[in-house]
Write a protein that binds this ligand. Structure first.
Ligand code: NAD
Length: 237
């Protein structure tokens, strides 16, 4: 692939890029947790009704991060960011920290982060590695008002202005391991395709496949390092 080196790149990743690290996608997990539909647990109403249950859902996920590591796909994207001379933005729907641990810096967690909590009273967010309970005090104001720093169903994803601006001027948009079921992320390809080459990498066919100019079917751990090698090898100035 020959892409001019001043091309602005935006990459969107979903649960599929972390699947080979051992983190289940929602579909693999059957969309259920302790007989609760995910939509029931990941919702502001659920947190108001039963904060202990919702904290436990995220505590389990946060604990799991100690057992997993970035895979070849996460590492390849960090390598691309370091070597690419043009603008670069990685947007992830994932709440795990595998892109961070791979070394990605120009990174937006549009659906929040498992390893952060924020206070509903003072609104400060804090890095968080431990379990969090309804009675856990906020490190800043001392109030027991912490919630997971996660974008729940019916809440607005983070940094949408910055993402929209990057999509509207990018020359290459790459979408990796996302099913295209969750909006607004599923609409990014349409936003970018007016001016950008658009490329999807997924292990299976997705419902938004036909909206991409190019699709590559395969595992992220194989396809992403191969694509990064192509981009860096074929760079023209
Ligand atoms: P999804 O579960 O709806 O879809 C995952 C996609 O990844 C599928 O299309 C599947 O075919 C593909 N896939 C699976 N393994 C792959 C692999 N090895 N290589 C390439 N593709 C692979 O996930 P989504 O589209 O990200 O949306 C679901 C929502 O769930 C998001 O909001 C996300 O925040 C959340 N979620 C996050 C995590 C995480 O942080 N790791 C895990 C589960 C769900």
């Amino acid at each position: 692939m020959h892409i001019p080196a001043d091309t602005s790149i935006v990459i969107l990743t979903g649960a599929g890029i972390s699947a080979e690290s051992g983190i289940s996608t929602f579909r693999d997990a059957d969309g259920l947790w302790m007989n609760h539909a995910i939509e029931e647990v990941a919702h502001p109403t659920a947190f108001r009704r039963d904060p202990a249950l919702v904290h436990e859902f995220y505590n389990q996920r946060r604990r799991q991060l100690f057992e997993v590591s970035p895979n070849a796909a996460h590492l390849a994207l960090a390598r691309l960011e370091q070597a690419w001379p043009g603008d670069f933005l990685l947007v992830t729907q994932n709440v795990d920290d595998l892109h961070d641990r791979a070394g990605s810096l120009k990174l937006i967690h549009m659906h929040g982060e498992l390893r952060r909590v924020r206070c509903l009273k003072c609104l400060q967010s804090h890095p968080w590695m431990e379990d969090c309970l309804p009675e856990t005090p906020c490190p800043a104001c001392g109030k027991p008002s912490l919630r997971p720093h996660i974008v729940w169903f019916d809440e607005m994803p983070m940094k949408m202005g910055e993402i929209t601006r990057a999509l509207s001027r990018c020359g290459l948009f790459i979408c990796i391991g996302t099913s295209g079921n969750v909006y607004p992320a599923a609409g990014f390809v349409q936003q970018a395709s007016r001016q950008a080459h658009t490329l999807e990498i997924n292990a299976e066919e997705t419902r938004i496949r036909s909206q991409f100019k190019e699709t590559r079917k395969g595992l992220a751990s194989c396809e992403v390092p191969r694509l990064v090698d192509e981009l860096l090898g074929g760079m023209t100035r």
